[in-house]
Design a protein around this ligand. Structure first.
Ligand SMILES: N[C@@H](CCC(=O)N[C@@H](CS)C(=O)NCC(=O)O)C(=O)O
Length: 221
């Protein structure tokens, strides 16, 4: 199976990168240079019409959207998501992944990229402040869930752990306090102790180093 992950450092392509490392998959990473608009070029749009990362190129064709990539990889590799034995259990797994992708990620984007939502310093500060407020109950929800076991699904690590860890990294890196979400903080530490996660973080860091060497690293935090 040939797998190529199109990724940008720090972006949500880290979720499949961590997943592929955890799976022990053989895959190639292709850096997408946002500042050069590589994700909006016709060849890329032919694979991912929305022009985003991540994109996973497979022998079956391109797979887009974190939810779909997670579910696709979980059919190819063991140990990435629980095996649902009923349609209801299957729907719950989709709901968990969609919670990250559709409910939490848009709030992360408003915290990290208010310049995509508003013009001018005051308007951007307002978008960011409102998104920080919106993140608080979501963070409590995630913290409560992670207080029930070591991982999202209890004893078994899954893609959901990669997803919430990426969210943790994005929000705490933007100043969201971890003080009131101790279970999530402990989860982040447990993630960072995993060799596969360390390999993924180091691959992501080398993408960042390439962008910096090329003068293409974003100036904003
Ligand atoms: N729902 C999409 C979200 C993808 C997304 O928003 N990716 C961001 C990076 S985290 C991106 O490519 N941004 C570049 C842009 O919008 O120009 C998914 O799960 O794959």
């Amino acid at each position: 199976m040939t797998l190529t992950l199109y990724a940008a450092p720090g972006a949500c392509s880290r979720v499949p990168m961590m997943t592929l490392e955890e799976a022990g998959a053989d895959y190639e990473v292709k850096l997408v240079r946002f500042m050069k608009g590589e994700h909006k070029r016709p060849d890329y749009l032919a694979m991912h019409p929305a022009g985003k990362v991540p994109l996973l190129l497979t022998d079956d064709g391109p797979v887009t959207q974190n939810v779909a990539i997670a579910r696709y990889l979980a059919t190819r590799f063991d140990g990435l998501l629980p095996k649902a034995t009923t349609p209801y259990a299957d729907a719950q797994i989709t709901a968990d992944l969609a919670f990250c992708a559709d409910t939490v990620h848009p709030v992360v984007t408003r915290i990290r990229m208010p310049m995509f939502m508003a013009d001018g310093e005051d308007a951007m500060a307002s978008v960011r402040a409102k998104a920080m407020d919106a993140m608080t109950p979501l963070a409590q929800l995630i913290d409560t869930r992670l207080g029930k076991g070591k991982w999202w699904y209890g004893d078994a690590w899954s893609v959901m752990d990669a997803y919430v860890y990426w969210i943790w990294f994005r929000i705490t890196g933007a100043g969201f306090s971890g003080a009131d979400i101790p279970h999530w903080a402990a989860h982040a530490q447990a993630m960072e102790a995993r060799p596969a996660i360390q390999r993924a973080l180091s691959k992501d860091a080398s993408l960042q180093a390439t962008l910096e060497a090329e003068g293409l690293a974003p100036k904003f935090k």
